[in-house]
Design a protein around this ligand. Sequence first.
Ligand SMILES: NC(=O)c1ccc[n+]([C@@H]2O[C@H](COP(=O)([O-])OP(=O)(O)OC[C@H]3O[C@@H](n4cnc5c(N)ncnc54)[C@H](OP(=O)(O)O)[C@@H]3O)[C@@H](O)[C@H]2O)c1
Length: 345
Amino acid sequence: MKTRQWLLESRPTAEITRDNFTMVERDIGEPDMAKGQILVKHQIFACAPAMRGWMQADRPSFVPGIDPGDPIITLGGAKVIRSSNPAYPEGARIFCVGAWQEYQVLDPSVTECRVIEDDLSLADALGIYSMNALTAYFGLLKVGEPKEGETLVVSGAAGSTGSIVVQIGKILGLRVIGIAGGAEKCGWVLNDYGADAVIDYKSENVAERLAALCPKRIDIFFDNVGGDILQAAVDNIAQYGRIILCGQISGYDADRPAPGPRDMMQLVYGSVRMQGFLLHDYASEFDKGRADLRSWIDSGRIKHREDIRPGFEKVPETYAALFHGENRGSLLALIDDEALRKPGA
Ligand SMILES: NC(=O)c1ccc[n+]([C@@H]2O[C@H](COP(=O)([O-])OP(=O)(O)OC[C@H]3O[C@@H](n4cnc5c(N)ncnc54)[C@H](OP(=O)(O)O)[C@@H]3O)[C@@H](O)[C@H]2O)c1
């Protein structure tokens, strides 16, 4: 069985580009049915900012890392096309940890594979019902420990994860301030996602605006960005505040990580808790998270944008858009239009 596959050609040193990748055609063999292996056709890939760090040897990573010559590990949506494994029958649509290639042999006993619900398209499963929605849910509820009436500030507020944090914050009765880049995205945060106020970090002084908007300071800061925006939030954090470190995207596509806050004594004097987390810390509670999100989405209380870009040949360019703020919602690379359809539709 042959497939086209993207490999890492060279490690990105600063901004990631198409030249860091090369496309090859290679033989992937056949699934070993006796071991329960399956052959899948990838239909859609999620573009996760963390993958940028997996390609860089000097950054901490929660996966083994991608070296030059390796396939590009990704979260994807795929259709099972050859199988005798009853848990993953032919025709099943799965969420999986795969690679940037069209076909792949997977062993579900060692690789995460999850059959998705019948009423969802693969684009839904990787969009509105994605891991990012769960990240928003667990980060805010478990790490943030929100209480009704508190002030929540969210960076990356127009993005896949941040937009859900904003909306869960409103559902929980918080006062929510979003930070995003540019007038259009700030408009979504305010008008579509329901924030009480928004700061355009590209045209406004974030620290000054936070001070003006939060006279009683910030109770919870959900940070997707790091760097100067984290510093501005630290400068305005309330006593007993919580800083949720979800990501540091401002430093991912650069030759060095985003800097940490200048003066940690702010956190000492304020008895502030700053805590990082990984979604998988809460794996045992995913069913509850999915059920809550599903009920909020089905009742129209959570809205979502997807930015779906077609073309296997363009996957690297699609991915790089994340780091220029060009994505307009959850960024997905579409390989096969079938990913857009619900079964039977
Ligand atoms: N801890 C976890 O388990 C976990 C799980 C999932 C995601 N995450 C983290 O969540 C964050 C958001 O990921 P996502 O998938 O939801 O992406 P996203 O927010 O949909 O897209 C990335 C956005 O980041 C913003 N951005 C890019 N470069 C920036 C910079 N230099 N300064 C400020 N903002 C910048 C851009 O928005 P603007 O146009 O507004 O600048 C861009 O659209 C990332 O940090 C990611 O690593 C963490």
